[in-house]
Write a protein that binds this ligand. Structure first.
Ligand SMILES: Nc1ncnc2c1ncn2[C@@H]1O[C@H](COP(=O)(O)OP(=O)(O)OP(=O)(O)O)[C@@H](O)[C@H]1O
Ligand SMILES: CC(=O)N[C@H]1[C@@H]2OC[C@@H](O2)[C@@H](O)[C@@H]1O[C@H](C)C(=O)O
Length: 397
């Protein structure tokens, strides 16, 4: 039915668009829903977050996803069932947010849905000859579109891979368009389950823009806080603050080949898992460790690998500001350690006008805005930032 194509075309030509960006990250804490008003495109994008909410997941939802999440062996049926189920759940959550915000679905031009990553397998990690970089996000876009009546773009990472990337980090595009600042070198550090950063040069040269994952953010802290303390996360780093760092364990934790790989690189909880820590405990001969010392050491592990990645990526002597976002920015032990290791104050992205918890959802709104109304932006020949349009279109009818 061409009416849908015509509507999309009309949307692409509007002076501004209302786009709902969705992110459901590796922490499985909930669905981030950012209702944005976007104007312009590329480096001329102006975006206002009109509403933002994290809709928390019910425990049943989390455990259903955890059954297949980041695992090599799963019940295949569970994966297949979850694909439409997550799409429908996300659609329902969007409708609830819209009702709460008193906005009719007809007032929204697009939904930009990341989906739920269930397995991330860059070539450097799976190492299987002849197979490319691979990643899988589920929560089908057609189900979101039909449930909400809103044209939906989804599955953004496949094009990035098709164009030579690892499917992540995608934040770099939104970071460059929204947060570049003349005469200030910026590092935009996001600490979700996994941590990543974008370097934005103060001379605004797109070919110098750089992005990479650094390793764990909160994923290991969360996993062991759940295991030993029965809580979802180490609120305000209070458990870490009460523990002592175990240097031998810390050394063993840092021995992954991931840290030896050149930039840019990506990873996930497939590598940084409970088994990864158990192996490091064994390697370091620490079969018995106080749980709070373990959390303190895991927090330090994230802080050191994040700061070392930033240091190694930046030419020595280069002055830069670091702006943090993601749930880890709420952890003062993590933030404090990174600040001390980099010998500078770590600022919050909120200073730049976007709430840190909303940043990744906003990013997908930016990517959808680019797909429907952007021009090609050239980021140079380096790997990791192909200048391609991302997102697959689902029509509501
Ligand atoms: N007050 C707090 N104190 C300590 N940690 C916190 C706090 N609030 C949130 N977090 C951490 O942030 C995590 C959620 O972060 P976020 O929502 O940015 O991750 P995500 O988007 O799921 O992950 P990713 O970006 O890797 O996909 C929680 O699981 C928790 O570890
Ligand atoms: C495969 C995948 O889902 N990766 C996520 C994850 O969470 C953080 C980090 O690892 C990042 O690379 C990415 O998400 C953000 C939104 C990104 O692509 O920029």
């Amino acid at each position: 039915m061409k009416e849908h194509v015509e509507k999309l075309y009309a949307t692409s030509r509007k002076p501004s668009r209302r786009i709902i960006g969705l992110m459901s990250g590796t922490s499985l804490d909930g669905l981030d829903v950012a209702l944005c008003r976007a104007e312009g495109s590329g480096p001329e994008t102006h975006l206002k977050v009109e509403h933002f909410k994290t809709v928390p997941y019910e425990e049943d939802f989390r455990s259903a996803v955890r059954e297949i999440f980041a695992k090599r062996q799963i019940d295949f049926q569970q994966l297949v069932l979850l694909n439409p189920f997550i799409g429908l759940e996300h659609g329902r959550m969007i409708l609830e947010c819209l009702a709460e915000w008193r906005i009719d679905a007809s007032e929204v031009d697009l939904i930009a849905s990341h989906g739920q990553t269930v397995f991330h397998a860059p070539q450097k990690q799976h190492g299987i000859a002849g197979f490319p970089n691979a990643t899988l996000q589920i929560g089908d876009g057609d189900h979101i579109a039909v449930k909400t009546g809103i044209i939906t773009l989804s599955d953004f990472r496949q094009k990035h891979i098709a164009a030579g990337g690892e499917g992540a980090p995608l934040a770099v595009y939104g970071d460059y368009f929204l947060f570049s600042q003349k005469e200030e070198n910026r590092i935009l550090l996001n600490m979700g389950g996994i941590a990543n950063f974008t370097f934005l040069p103060g001379n605004l040269d797109a070919s110098l823009v750089f992005t990479t994952d650094t390793g764990p953010g909160n994923t290991l802290i969360d996993a062991f806080t759940r295991l030993h303390f029965g809580k979802a996360f180490d609120e305000n780093g209070s458990i870490a603050a009460s523990g002592t760092i175990d240097e031998a364990l810390l050394k063993a934790l840092k021995e992954s080949s991931f840290f030896e790989q050149p930039f840019p690189k990506t990873t996930g909880p497939e590598v940084f898992s409970v088994d990864y820590v158990k192996n490091a405990l064994q390697l370091s001969g620490r079969n018995v460790i106080e749980p709070n010392d373990l959390i303190a050491t895991l927090t330090r592990f994230s802080a050191e690998t994040i700061s070392e990645a930033i240091r190694n990526a930046m030419p020595s002597g280069e002055v830069f500001e670091v702006y943090a976002s993601g749930g880890g920015a709420h952890n003062p032990v993590l933030m404090g350690a990174i600040g001390r290791l980099l010998s500078q104050n770590i600022r919050l992205i909120d200073e730049l006008g976007v709430a840190g918890d909303a940043k990744e959802a906003v990013l997908f709104a930016v990517l959808a805005n680019e797909a429907v109304s952007g021009e090609a932006v050239y980021f140079g020949e380096k790997q990791g930032v192909p200048g391609v349009s991302m997102g697959k279109v689902s029509f509501p009818g």
